[in-house]
Ligand binder design. Structure first.
Ligand code: CA
Length: 513
């Protein structure tokens, strides 16, 4: 595979926009110096796959353009065919939040897409789950070891008796005590736990295990008006660990019996709530996987579904392109409000947006956060942004929503679950085994090479767009149908087949005491 055969695999690059003066090399394992493209451009140096080469001469200080936008300025003169690597690029400043255009280019609604459905679990509140899971909430980290012990027994001894229940999940975390629970920012982890408890995949069977003396009391964890069962390990009538575990198991069994009555029923695609995120991005993310996801996003929104995109630090540098798409001026101002909040949060911690790009992103050809952001926002498709959620807030409307979260894969996943997603679509260039126990995750690779090497971890190969095997439109439709299949339980993503899942991880911007 590493032997280059120019006859079978001629040198190819992808230029995304007519204004671009750089393009990325498509061929697996990159191209050596001297490789000549069909248009006569010859490489002056080895260029790794996904990295940029200059299409024309770029003078020192002149803009470097990708996606038709400026991703930086040349630190030195660059010649056609040069490898435009990170050290040659000065990063531009982030868009000025006071100067962004608000709702100036709101897209008109696309025609409704009728006739698509999935087999889901409808809840009494009207929401629809894609799985049937018993979730056991916890109010404090102190009970985590006990919960692991109890869940192991529940899975071994009880779950086989209730074949219509998919899984038992303990919502464990590091919060609950030793934290400034009345600090203004404590609202984020608290509402996240409250909203997690009522995720549609959990069927409204809320159960909480607490310790008893913690700051975040077990009662406080469940939203008012929600039926719940609560037990505390310190309750006077519980003598010893055996009795504690028996109490947890009997409460669990009562809920398993209710959940076991649930059956899938045909629901319109409008009942889907899909989260989007990326992790381990590369230069192909914005060329293959994210455009395919963006096309599927447009289809889902046209079908009346809810789609959330997130990751503040990966939209901040392209926020000027998003505020224009706001459905109303209020939505545009809410986008700006979330960016301002995060700018201040990073500043308080002595960091800035440049902290986002990882060594793997850079190895994959992404020079900086500007280039990463331009590729990231493509996931949001082309429609109007109809709402904004602060971290961990529950979605109140359908359509395309921006759910403000950090870009951290685990924290973004946790916050989107709190906001009510019942499935996630996750794009990756470098590769990650990421999965969530609470909702199926479809992993989309940006490159075919990764999809082949990780054939039992990647669910969808968007690299076929770069090789010309598929158009963005074809890939978008295929992904849309896969989403309906996974939502219906007809197809299981690889992370679920292996049972590999990441921890839920709370976002706590408030002080720890
Ligand atoms: Ca991420």
């Amino acid at each position: 595979m590493s032997q280059l055969d120019p006859a079978k695999d001629p040198p190819r690059y992808i230029k995304l926009h007519e204004r671009d003066n750089v393009a990325i090399v498509v061929n697996d394992f990159g191209l050596p110096a001297g490789s000549t493209f069909a248009n006569g451009l010859s490489l002056r140096a080895y260029v790794p796959q996904g990295h940029k080469t200059a299409l024309v001469a770029i003078g020192e200080g002149e803009p470097i353009r990708r996606y038709g936008e400026i991703i930086g300025y040349a630190r030195a003169a660059i010649l056609p065919g040069d490898w435009v690597e990170e050290s040659l690029i000065d990063m531009p400043g982030a868009p000025d939040l006071a100067a962004v255009e608000i709702a100036t280019a709101t897209p008109a609604p696309a025609p409704a897409l009728e006739g698509y459905s999935f087999e889901g679990y409808r809840n009494r509140d009207g929401s629809v789950g894609t799985k049937n899971i018993l979730a056991i909430s916890t109010s404090v980290q102190c009970v985590k070891g006990t919960m692991e012990f109890a869940v192991k027994r529940i899975k071994a001894e009880l779950l086989p008796k209730y074949p219509h229940v998919d899984d038992v999940v303990a919502i464990t975390h590091a919060y609950g005590c030793g934290v400034a629970i009345t600090a203004p920012d404590a609202v984020v982890p608290i509402r996240t736990l409250q909203n997690l408890a009522t995720n549609p995949n959990f069927g409204g069977q809320v159960m909480v295990v607490g310790l008893g003396c913690e700051k975040l009391s077990a009662d406080r964890l469940v939203p008012e008006g929600v039926d719940k069962a609560v037990m505390r390990m310190q309750d006077d009538d519980l003598e010893g660990f055996g009795a504690i575990v028996e109490r947890i198991m009997s409460m669990a069994e009562a809920r398993l019996a209710v959940l076991d009555q649930r059956r899938r029923e045909t629901c319109p695609a409008a009942d889907l709530v899909i989260g989007l995120q990326c992790g381990g991005s590369d230069a192909f993310s914005g060329v293959t996987a994210n455009p395919a996801v963006g096309f599927a996003t447009d289809l889902l929104v046209r079908a009346g579904a809810t789609v959330m995109f997130s990751e503040v630090t990966e939209v901040r540098d392209a926020i000027n392109l998003l505020t224009r798409r706001a459905a109303t001026p209020e939505v545009g101002h809410e986008l700006v409000r979330e960016m301002e909040w995060y700018d201040a949060y990073l500043k308080r911690g002595g960091a800035d947006r440049s902290a986002n790009t990882t060594p793997g992103n850079k190895k994959g050809g992404l020079a900086n956060i500007v280039e990463k952001s331009l590729g990231s926002i493509v996931k949001s498709g082309s429609g109007a942004i109809s709402g904004v959620l602060a971290p961990g807030e529950k979605a109140r409307q359908k359509g395309l929503l921006f759910a403000a979260t950090p870009a951290s894969d685990f924290i973004c996943g946790t916050l989107q679950l709190a906001s009510g997603i019942t499935m996630q679509v996750f794009t990756t260039g470098r590769g990650t085994p990421y999965g969530l126990a609470a909702a199926p995750v479809i992993k989309v690779s940006t490159r075919s090479e990764l999809a082949r090497r990780w054939k039992d971890l990647i669910d969808f190969d968007a690299g076929r767009i770069a090789t010309g095997e598929q158009t963005i439109e074809e890939a978008g439709w295929e992904l849309f149908r896969l989403i309906l299949d996974v939502a219906s339980g007809r197809v299981q993503p690889w992370a679920d087949r292996w049972g590999i899942h990441n921890d839920l991880t709370l976002f706590n911007p408030a002080p720890v005491t």
